[in-house]
Design a protein around this ligand. Structure first.
Ligand SMILES: Nc1ncnc2c1ncn2[C@@H]1O[C@H](COP(=O)(O)OP(=O)(O)OP(=O)(O)O)[C@@H](O)[C@H]1O
Length: 282
């Protein structure tokens, strides 16, 4: 299953509180975001720290309401979370008392799928993420990469139209990360789900995305969207990251981002100084 996403004039404003809990002021995290994601597309979103990437993903997941604008999935405005939009976070969020297979079955239980069908489905997805034979392992018996594979399998087992991923590989070592990037592309090609993938890493964004949306520093806006015409990344038997095309795309996105990194750093310095002033005044 794969769904379209339309993000229209989206904004998010948070209340701002002083050190002593004083209220009144607000803080604009996202401003006038407009973006369309095609059914079955893999879209990466990259931006400086604090630009609102996670806030945007939380809104797409329906976990947080927007302050203005709207998000439509297959033409219908979202009003809250739904099993049609699965989320994979940086932290694996597995249930420690359940085995790998039982973790994958969790969402299927909530959907009321009969036990036998559930187990068959869970086993299929365990195999899809390369963990055949690990059915009865508990999370503490799995490496970080394996846990994230289980989390991805659990998300996909419910056949979501959209898979939302918030820096899912950030906690993994570089080598495991590259292996899982290839695995994710293979899984995406098999499952055909629309994927929105948030990352800090330009290389990761370019390697995975068919397009990369670059966000500006605070307030978060879509600065530009770059097409990534790389093909056969994971099965070409070549080191895609070393090709001139990859280097060119990486450099193009870096060019868009470097000003934003500088702005984000300056904003952080101002925010820290302001917080010190508030604390001193109180
Ligand atoms: N619930 C909240 N209340 C107040 N401010 C918030 C809240 N959630 C996020 N923010 C602020 O909104 C801004 C955007 O945060 P967000 O986590 O979305 O950014 P990000 O781009 O994902 O950051 P990072 O890359 O560092 O994870 C930040 O300045 C953050 O402090």
């Amino acid at each position: 299953m794969s769904s379209t996403i339309q993000i229209q004039n989206l904004g998010k404003v948070f209340p701002l509180r002083g050190a002593a809990g004083k209220t009144g002021a607000t803080f604009t995290a996202l401003d006038d975001i407009n973006l369309e994601v095609r059914a079955g597309e893999f879209l990466s979103i990259v931006g400086p720290s604090g630009c609102g990437k996670s806030s945007l993903l939380d809104i797409l997941a329906g976990l947080v309401p927007p302050s203005s604008g709207r998000v439509l999935i297959d033409g219908a405005t979202i009003t809250g979370p739904s099993p049609d939009r699965a989320v994979v976070f940086q932290q694996y969020a597995l249930l420690p008392w359940r085995t790998a297979i039982k973790n994958i079955e969790f969402g299927l239980e909530a959907k009321g799928i009969p036990a036998r069908e559930r187990t068959e489905k869970a086993r299929h997805f365990l195999q899809l993420v390369g963990l055949e034979g690990f059915d009865n392992h508990y999370p503490h018996e799995l490496s970080g990469g394996m846990k994230q594979r289980v989390a991805i399998a659990r998300s996909l087992a419910c056949d979501p139209g959209v898979l939302l991923m918030d820096e899912p590989f950030a906690a993994l070592d570089a080598q495991t990360r590259e292996i899982l990037q290839d695995e994710l592309l293979r899984i995406w090609e098999t499952a055909g789900t629309t994927i929105v993938f948030i990352t800090h890493g330009i290389d990761e964004a370019v390697y995975l995305g068919q397009r990369v949306a670059v966000m500006s520093s605070r307030p978060g806006r879509i600065k530009t969207v770059v097409d990534i015409p790389l093909t056969n990344r994971w099965n070409a038997g070549q080191d895609t990251r070393s090709t001139p095309e990859f280097t060119r795309l990486r450099h193009e996105i870096w060019g868009f981002l470097q000003d934003e990194y500088r702005k984000a750093e300056a904003q952080e310095r101002v925010a820290v100084a302001a917080a010190h002033q508030v604390t001193a005044a109180e």
